[in-house]
Design a protein. Sequence first.
Length: 442
Amino acid sequence: MREIAPQIAEIAERFPDLHPPFAPQAAVVESNRCLNCFDAPCTAACPTHIDVPRFIKKIAGGNLRGSALSILDANVLAASCSRVCPVQVLCEGACVMHHYNKQPIAIGKLQRFAMDAFHANNGTLPGKSDEEHPEKIACLGAGPASLAAAAELRQRGYQVTVFDKHPLPGGLNTYGVAEYKLPLPDSLREIKLIEDLGVRFRFGVEIGREVSLEEIEAQFDIIFLGIGLGAMHALDISGGNHPGVIDALQFIADYKTGRTTGIHGKVVVVGAGNTAIDAANAAVRLGAESVTLLYRRTQGHMSAFDFEYEHAKLEGVAFQWLAQPVAVHAANGRVSSLECTRMEIALDGGLHPVADSTFHIACDIVIPAIGQSPLLDLLARCSDVRLVNGRVAVDRTTGQTSNPKYYAGGDCVNGGREVVDAVADGKRAGIAIARALEATHV
């Protein structure tokens, strides 16, 4: 696995843990609160269906390795998910403790506790078969969906190669998740487990440039599409292409990989999703004089989780509701302000600009976070793979596309959901691919 930039240590100091880990005694106390429910709703609420009561019971009994292996059997990226999952609306949101007006079990922190212990003791992923199979599978993209599929297949003895255009694996886990949630070294640490299984990684390989899709189709028996989404939508207004306008994913990737270690001046973030919140919080921690998040609708319409919004307010992010950017202005080669107009919401839910309501927000950097585009050019070259509204159409029980040679999962299928959803897609596809290949041996 590639080395990380030395500046990462400096970044880590600015981004301490959002939720510090449990100390051993606290983890045992918390694990003993669990009621070990039969047909536990927390397990059902997890997209990867981790057996939550089982792993927590093992923590209570001091069997941390057993706890971690139980978790990893369901979710190979369990360490990342313990940090980035919106547990408030998934496993912890479903905890029966809510019915007793008590705090839910801290499932995410307990999962992290077990996984941190596993990594500290140099744990390895077990195989699921002693047999080595000759079939070769290519996973395009090295994000969570591909990693989960690759691990599942390699554990079953299949030959897997993961291709990615970036110099580091992990997809958005590595490049797009805020540092205070998931530090870059921790993302790479758990991917090393997958590499150690014997999965081959080819970095810096863009399909269609360094290797053609036709070559991959000829060399591999099965292809898994875990390519995620493409570039952020551009801020399509006057001045929107100014160098001082930096899309949110590029901004996050730059500081996580050490290319940016600090910023100065005033920042405006455009958008109201979780990525917009991450970028705004990061700008605060990187030293911005002020950070304003601008959204054309109201707080009640934002797609970011409520707890993310509350956290951003604590970080010091200001919010401008019902405001639409119309132009980026510059002076002496630098961004000077973002021109906006006030919006109003009609009874039918439509948005309309308010007449004569133009105003300016002084700023030095504008960060659009207004969604990503699908990678239509690449997807269109995948033989006989059907798309629906720019997404890969799959059989949801197997991940198989309209072309039996292709499977897919993650954001290119679901349009952009959580890391744990991508892991679930990848694992499901990996199992289905193995079964399909095994059927050919009969």
